[in-house]
Design a protein around this ligand. Structure first.
Ligand SMILES: Cc1cc2nc3c(=O)[nH]c(=O)nc-3n(C[C@H](O)[C@H](O)[C@H](O)COP(=O)(O)OP(=O)(O)OC[C@H]3O[C@@H](n4cnc5c(N)ncnc54)[C@H](O)[C@@H]3O)c2cc1C
Length: 284
């Protein structure tokens, strides 16, 4: 289908983009989610502001013990960055699991995070990484934790006119193992359920466990009951199973044509066990 007619502007600076967004224009990044919605006439913006020419939004750099990823860094650039692979392998692994090569070449991290699809992959990893999202608006800049950023299905804390400038993730210390495991919806690559595990073990005991889950419910979340079940344990098969068993505790599971709520909960347990096992196996 052909989208409704729209005006198109491609500013070169973030300030110009903020001013246009403040005036009601819709942001365009990779277009992998927005353009199909426009073609289906589920979205009909009158004015698109393309973020793709703003050089200050496209970077991946290390600063102050963290990786800073500009909003328009593509999934492929996150997946293939030597810096991300070395310093935050969970994020590179997650990016590499998104859709197909065309989607990863066009889609951006900021676009995915802003879109907040309940089956998107990054949100699980960003919860496990305790990442932050840096947002620019007309009144200045604010930083929001990933835990607070995702509010509901396709709903975030972004206010009208605000733009994600960057996502900040920690540089992993020694002794931490991570893994992202997902049950894939074969037509799109989206997660039916995806689990990101980030685990630290020292002197034979798990001292930190962070488990992010996507696909199961309306928004990605931290499985705190599973985290608590792991901390202080050695990480035996029985302990992993016991932690995975409570991954969906207190969560209202989604149901759609791809999977019932019960099946999603079942998958969450299996994929949590897989992610925790793989993360423990990767501790150097
Ligand atoms: C066939 C297919 C398969 C896919 N498979 C997967 C998958 O397996 N896993 C997965 O996670 N995703 C998947 N996706 C989605 C993909 O990752 C998209 O890239 C992503 O959801 C949107 O990113 P984008 O850069 O294309 O944003 P766009 O489509 O350009 O924008 C999406 C939304 O975000 C807003 N926006 C964009 N940038 C910003 C910003 N910096 N600040 C504030 N708002 C902004 C836009 O206004 C729009 O509302 C798939 C998409 C397709 C088409």
């Amino acid at each position: 289908m052909i989208p409704q007619t729209f005006e198109y502007t491609a500013p070169k600076t973030l300030d110009e983009a903020v001013a246009l967004a403040e005036g009601g224009a819709k942001l365009l990044a990779g277009g992998m989610s927005l353009i199909p919605m426009m073609k289906l006439r589920l979205a009909a913006p009158e004015h698109l502001v393309d973020l793709g020419r703003i050089k200050d939004l496209n970077y991946i750099r290390e600063e102050g013990g963290a990786l800073h990823i500009g909003a328009t860094a593509t999934h492929y650039s996150v997946e293939s960055s030597a810096l991300v692979r070395a310093k935050c392998p969970l994020l590179a692994e997650t990016a590499s699991s998104i859709g197909d090569v065309q989607v990863r070449n066009m889609g951006t991290m900021g676009g995915s995070v802003a879109h907040a699809d309940p089956s998107a992959d990054y949100p699980a990893a960003l919860q496990a990484l305790e990442a932050t999202v840096v947002i620019r608006g007309a009144k200045g800049e604010r930083t929001v934790s990933a835990a607070d950023f995702f509010v509901d299905s396709f709903t975030t804390t972004l206010e009208p006119g605000e733009i994600i400038r960057e996502i900040v993730v920690p540089v992993e210390e020694a002794g931490i193992g991570t893994s992202y495991q997902k049950n894939v919806q074969p037509a799109s690559g989206f997660a039916i359920v995806g689990v990101a595990a980030r685990i630290k073990r020292s002197s034979g005991k798990i001292t930190l466990a962070r488990i992010g889950v996507t696909g199961l419910s309306n928004r990605a979340f931290r499985a705190t009951a599973a985290e608590k079940a792991l901390e202080g344990k050695a990480g035996s098969a029985a302990e992993i199973q016991a932690a995975a068993a409570v991954v969906a505790q207190g969560i209202e599971a989604n149901a759609d044509l791809h999977a019932s709520a019960d099946y999603r909960r079942h998958l969450a347990v299996i994929y949590a066990a897989k992610a925790i096992t793989a993360a423990l196996g990767r501790i150097a």
